[in-house]
Design a protein around this ligand. Structure first.
Ligand SMILES: [Zn+2]
Ligand SMILES: [Zn+2]
Length: 282
């Protein structure tokens, strides 16, 4: 059992193109958007596409994950945005089901200034509506965020509260190293990391972790900002990845890089090589 390293790959030209790209980079797993991430409308996935995707994706060490659209906001105070977000999330979960993807990564949502408690309650209520309408197999995988603006999910306590009060059987968790660092968790310091590791276990539980996003950060610890950097080139540094991989190296889950893309695949290949080396070492 080992982490399945991979990259976020584009679905330009159809979901099946993503597979070829992931193979070219040498991924053990990968992540896709099920639709262009800044549009509400979902592309039509034909049965043939879905069958082809399933056959090819089954050849990876672990089946891929999907990431939901950045437009969704399950904590919105605007009725129209909230309805559209719920409708789109249901449609994305259905698309994941047709591709047999088990985890759809989602940023929990932004309360828009109405307060964290109000926002968290809206997220839980929205998830209840979503899973009333969607009875398939795909789970919503709540991603920890950097907490930019009014975004929730930047504290382990937020995710813990959603798991306790929401449809827990349909939920899982995604940890993004750049996000938690931006949120103020100093994963690069070994001593601080030990506390963070046990706090994650107490509040969320490592068993609930179904996806890892491995990104270095251009932004300072606690800046509440989120700009990704190549592995080892940012403010988290290699020591941070040594810490997190010492906990997770034997988890059989997708460990996805969302680092800046160059013109070629070289930077993705190098980032994955560095992470695999760290994982063998720790
Ligand atoms: Zn994300
Ligand atoms: Zn991420």
């Amino acid at each position: 059992m080992t982490l399945c390293f991979g990259s976020h790959v584009s679905i330009a030209g159809g979901v099946c193109n993503a597979i070829e790209h992931a193979e070219r980079i040498g991924c053990d797993s990968f992540q896709i958007f099920v639709k262009p991430n800044r549009q509400w409308k979902l592309p039509n996935i034909t049965d043939d596409d879905a069958d082809f995707f399933y056959k090819k994706a089954s050849g990876f060490s672990i089946y891929p994950v999907a990431h939901s659209s950045y437009l969704l906001n399950l904590a919105s105070s605007n009725e129209a945005t909230l309805c559209k977000s719920v409708d789109t999330l249901v449609a994305e979960l259905e698309a994941c089901d047709s591709l047999r993807i088990k985890n759809l990564v989602l940023h929990p949502g932004s309360h828009g200034g109405d307060g964290e408690d109000v926002g968290l309650q809206r997220i839980v209520d929205s998830l209840a509506v979503v899973f009333n309408r969607f009875s398939g197999k795909c789970n919503v995988c709540l991603e920890l965020t950097a907490g930019t603006g009014f975004n929730l999910g930047y504290k382990f306590e937020h995710i813990s509260w959603i798991l306790k009060n929401g449809p827990a059987e349909n939920l899982s968790v995604c940890l993004d190293t750049a996000h938690v660092f931006g949120a103020g968790y100093d994963i690069s310091n070994e001593e601080r990391y030990k506390e963070i590791e046990s706090s994650f276990e107490d509040l969320i539980g490592w068993d609930n972790l179904k996806c890892l996003h491995l990104n270095d950060s251009k932004c300072k610890l606690g800046s509440r900002k989120d700009r990704h950097e190549h592995i080892g080139k940012g403010l988290i540094g290699l020591s941070g990845f040594e810490n997190i991989l010492s906990t997770c190296k034997n988890f059989k889950i997708p460990a996805i890089i969302e680092t800046p893309k160059g013109k070629s695949d070289d930077s993705d290949k190098l980032n994955l090589k560095i992470l695999r080396e760290i994982s063998c070492k720790v």
